[in-house]
Ligand binder design. Structure first.
Ligand code: HOZ
Length: 421
């Protein structure tokens, strides 16, 4: 079988002359799998359609936002209505407060909320607020966790840096990353050691409560609660980066799923319902450090944009109204997990509707384990899936997302394709 990608190839050739690598975000260039990226024409429900007329069952779901599937009618209608009323005002609207209340409904840590435009912006701003609040400079992050592309967080980060084998980004002055301490994911004793040396200088610990940018790596039992205990002992802010897990593992994200309350939390992806919107949130006393109330500066013309908030509000309302969605998507993901396990070729990690099939045989508990995977085998598997009309992320280090729009038939079909691999 060979997919016709002629039109995608033409468009990619043109795009390469216009944009670095022909794309606006590295992983989608398909570099890691040695293929031409598919240029997408449109998407609907659990299907995505490329410019050559190929149709795929989509498990990328725009890297997470698509929990309800593509082009969910209620969301589209809300966006169209908002568009008709004007695209941007750069002034407050009632809908921003509606979205903030919907965020609060899922997160006891979100006593106050600031809306921004991307996950990168949310985590960068949250770290600044944590530093302003504590008066400390150091932060601690985990190897293989990705928190967006702001300077201080591009240290041993996941996602596209791993996919494209970029260990750390060029263009980041060493002085900026000198303030970033590193520990291995799931390694409490390394965190304890760093705190015994630097404890009173660490402003925040930032963590993906489920790592999802080195493939999906769950927190080991006790890891998140240990971070909670250690940070509380040292007056350090615990920041959960829930850009991927927020509103996905449960309405209250990983914090609710694991029963650990952080001091701050960041959201992206689902919170914007498919539009560029993200949020950073936290305890009142931390967030009150943010301008114009406090001295920590952060601003944005398109922050709280009326079209983006319309998509976010409608998406969160739909999730809140039908929390059974989480049972449904988890069950579908479990079927995929079992199909992968049956092949005997991979290690499968799954948390709720997030999963990864790693081409390795040992457990994957941290970046060292994730990095041991067979990338050549992954590329072959990726091509096989694509040739069988299943679109998964073109990188071993990205998650597979299941949405409420995935039909039982499509899940069963995907399971068969996996089992026949
Ligand atoms: N870095 C994101 C995935 N974890 C976005 C990838 C993309 O949109 O290309």
């Amino acid at each position: 079988m060979s997919l016709n990608t002629e039109r995608s190839e033409e468009l990619f050739a043109e795009a390469k002359g216009l944009m670095p690598g022909g794309v606006n975000s590295p992983v989608r260039a398909f570099n890691a799998v040695g293929r031409t990226p598919l240029f997408i024409d449109h998407a609907s429900g659990d299907r995505i359609f490329d410019v050559d007329g190929n149709e795929f069952i989509d498990y990328v779901c725009s890297w997470g936002p698509g929990i309800l599937g593509h082009a969910r009618p209620e969301v589209i209608e809300a966006v169209q209505k908002a568009c008709a009323g004007g695209l941007t005002f750069g002034a407050p609207t009632k809908r921003e407060s509606e979205l903030a209340e919907l965020i609060q409904a899922g997160s006891p840590a979100a006593e106050k909320i600031r809306l921004v435009n991307s996950g990168t912006e949310a985590v960068m701003s949250a770290v600044r607020a944590a530093r302003g609040y504590t008066g400390r400079d150091l932060i601690l992050k985990f190897v293989g966790c990705y928190h967006g592309h702001s300077d201080g967080l591009l240290v041993k980060a996941g996602s596209g840096l791993l996919t494209n084998a970029v260990p750390d980004s060029a263009g980041v002055p060493k002085a900026f990353t000198d303030c970033t301490l590193l520990a291995e994911y799931n390694n409490v004793s390394q965190v304890e050691d760093l705190f015994s040396e630097y404890g009173d200088r660490i402003a925040c610990v930032v963590v993906e409560p489920v790592a999802a940018n080195m493939g999906v790596v769950p927190p080991q039992p006790g890891f998140l609660s240990a971070l909670r205990r250690i940070t509380a002992e040292h007056g350090t802010v615990l920041l959960f980066d829930e850009v991927i897990t927020g509103f996905r593992l449960s309405y209250g994200g990983a914090a609710e799923y694991y029963g650990v309350k952080p001091d701050m939390v960041t959201y992206g992806k689902i919170v914007g319902g498919g539009m560029p919107l993200a949020a950073y949130c936290g305890q009142r006393d931390i967030m009150d450090c943010v301008s114009p109330l406090g001295p920590v500066y952060q601003a944005g013309t398109l922050s709280g944009n009326p079209v983006a908030t319309a998509a976010g509000v409608t998406t969160l309302q739909l999730l809140l109204k039908d929390k059974d969605i989480y049972r449904r998507i988890d069950e579908k993901a479990e079927k995929l997990e079992k199909a992968y396990a049956e092949t005997g070729k991979v290690t499968v990690n799954r948390v709720g509707s997030l999963l990864s099939a790693f081409f390795t045989h040992g457990p994957v508990r941290n970046f060292t384990d994730a990095d041991r995977t067979d990338k050549t085998a992954f590329s072959a598997y990726f091509s096989y899936m694509l040739e069988h009309s299943v679109y998964v992320a073109p990188s071993q280090y990205e998650a597979m997302f299941v949405s409420d729009a995935h039909s039982e038939d499509d899940i069963a079909r995907t399971c068969e394709i996996i089992k026949n691999y």
